[in-house]
Every structure is written in C-alpha cells, then in structure tokens.
Design a protein around this ligand. Structure first.
Ligand SMILES: [Zn+2]
Ligand SMILES: [Zn+2]
Length: 336
C-alpha cells in the first residue's frame, strides 16, 4: 500500500475540502518535495471565487497553491541533485524541453507548459509534490520556509525588472501596491533605482509601500503629479492604472505589463510620440537563482510581507485573509 497524504482540494468555486490522496512518487528526473510553506497568490483566490482565470477553466477538482517551499524527500531515477534533505524553493512549472520556445531558452512560453494550480494541473496545498529536479532550487539557511515559498512571486518581479533593464539611476514608477507591486518596488531598489514611486488607491497599501522603501506614493484617485520616469512596472491590469502609468513616462521609457487583465487600451499618440517600449511578461524563466540570492542578501524582505499562517484545514481562511483583513499582505499555508 502506498503512503497517503492530506490535500486541500477546491471541488468547485467556494468549496474546499481536505482529502486523503496517495503521496506522488517521483518519476525519472523528478524529485519529491515535502511541502513546508505555500504562500497564497491572488490567482489562487480568483480560482476559489470563479473557478477560472480567463481561458484557464476548472473542469474538475483542483488543488490550489503554487508558491512553494519544502524539503526534498525522495528522488527519481537519474537525479544527482538536489539530494534528499535539501531545502528548496519550488519553481512550479514543467516544460516539454523539445519545442522551439524551449530550444530558445524561453521555457516559460512552451506551448506544452504545465504549471501548478492551473487547470488541470494540481498545485501545492498538499503535503507532497513532485517537480523536475532542475525546478527544485536549493535555498540557504538564511531563507525561512516562508521566504523560500515567496521566491515564486519574487521571480515575477525579478523577471519584470530584468525586462525593463532597471539599473543604477533608473527612475521607476510601480503601479499597484499589492504583493507583486511591493516586490517590484523592492527589486527596483535592489537594482539601484534612483527613485521609486508607487501608486495605489488604498491608503494602507501606500503606507506599507513607504515602509518597503518607496520614495514617494501617490493616490491615483487624487490630483496626481508624477515626475516622469524611465520605467513603469504596471502591476494591476486595470485601465485607470494603465492610463496613469503611461502618463508618468518620460520619452523613450519602457513600460512592463505585469498585472493581468483581459483588455485595456493604450493611447497610441503617447506611445508613439514618446517612443515608449511596451513589454508583456508571463511568469518568468531562469530567475530563481537570482531571486534567491537577492532575498538571502537581505536586499529584498520577504518575511516582513507574511501576515498570517494557516494549516491545510484553514486553507479557506488563508485564501480570504486579504479580503477580511485590510492589514493582510501575504497569507501562508503550512501543510505539514
Ligand atoms: Zn503567484
Ligand atoms: Zn516546450
């Protein structure tokens, strides 16, 4: 008889049950990870509420959670590293390795990508998961289990900041003060940005942004005047925020679209008149080691963003924490 584990399963929108399932065995090239911490993402909440995100639709039960840390608990055939017992941050994607995008190194754009907690692929609100060995990134002792889980959203910010080529002296505008916005702010700082301004309609979030190193914060609903910037990291996907972000650009600025949204319009006259460079981002590739190094050095503070802990039975409380508590930033589930 195979070993069993507990898993929190989203059966349908707004209904999660904890059930017992077999522990997944690592196949060739994979490692099995005993999950220590899973931080909750806005996308998990969206699936909980609606059962879908755009074209990704739940057609059956789904295990949520993709921001994951743990300890390697078994390795599959042919795996030399990481060894059993290694603490790791889990990069929750598996690509085909054979297509054109994979060959070009853009494995996150592989048409056959599978990603935790994206239907029909289960996520990590579980005691054990399996991933390709190369996607289990060792973390130093300096990183807590919570911080190691949050390497995932940090990877989004590191990828976005890389697209914008932020460096010493860059003037940056971060649109949106949610977790990804706060991480973009911190990464911009860590890369030497001269001035980082963050906008959010919620006063509490602006306050938090200042605590995480923003030079200035603005209320997009107020009378806004923003000094022109070289880089915009747009983390909302909301039209009004995009409008403000575009307005904040200096000529030849780069606008990186991080926030997801169905459809927004861009003012062509401004994009053309200023020769703006508009870039899309989708998740990340190749950035986990850099993200881990940044967090381990203290340049980016992750533990300070964690505002509550929950066990698997409290998965719903974790998902709804941000909605119930205005002070909440990141909830963490510890399946152990
Ligand atoms: Zn996420
Ligand atoms: Zn591929």
């Amino acid at each position: 008889m195979s070993a069993e584990q507990r898993v929190a399963v989203l059966q349908e929108p707004e209904r999660i049950t904890v059930e017992t399932r077999p522990v997944p065995e690592p196949g060739p090239g994979d490692v099995q990870v005993a999950v220590r911490a899973v931080s909750v993402c806005g996308s998990d909440v969206h699936y909980y509420d609606h059962g879908r995100i755009g074209g990704f639709v739940m057609h059956g039960p789904l295990v949520l959670g993709h921001e994951t840390s743990g300890v390697v608990s078994a390795v599959g055939e042919g795996v030399e590293a990481p060894a059993v017992g290694t603490r790791v941050a889990v990069e929750p994607q598996r690509n085909c390795g054979r297509c054109e995008q994979c060959a070009q190194g853009r494995y996150h754009l592989c048409p056959w990508i599978s990603f935790f907690a994206t239907p029909p692929v289960d996520g990590s609100f579980a005691q054990y998961v399996t991933v390709p060995a190369g996607r289990a990134h060792p973390v130093p002792d300096a990183l807590s289990d919570d911080a190691a889980a949050m390497i995932e959203p940090l990877a989004v910010a590191v990828h976005a900041a890389g697209k914008a080529d932020i460096g010493p002296g860059t003037r940056v505008f971060v649109s949106g003060g949610g977790p990804v916005g706060l991480l973009c702010l911190q990464v911009a700082r860590a890369r030497g940005a001269a001035r980082v301004t963050l906008s959010d309609p919620v006063a509490k979030r602006r306050e938090v942004a200042l605590a995480f190193g923003a030079d200035a914060v603005v209320d997009p609903g107020g009378d806004v005047e923003i000094e022109p910037v070289d880089v915009v990291l747009e983390c909302t996907g909301v039209q009004a925020a995009v409008d403000l972000a575009i307005a904040a650009t200096a000529p030849a600025a780069t606008v990186v679209l991080v926030g997801t949204g169905a459809q927004v319009t861009l003012p062509l006259d401004v994009v053309q008149g200023r020769e703006l460079v508009v870039k899309g981002t989708f998740r990340y590739a190749h950035v986990y080691p850099a993200a881990i190094a940044m967090a381990a050095s203290g340049a980016v503070r992750l533990d300070a963003m964690v505002t509550s802990h929950h066990d698997l039975d409290g998965a719903v409380d974790a998902l709804l924490a941000a909605r119930r508590d205005p002070d909440a930033i990141k909830a963490v589930v510890r399946p152990g």
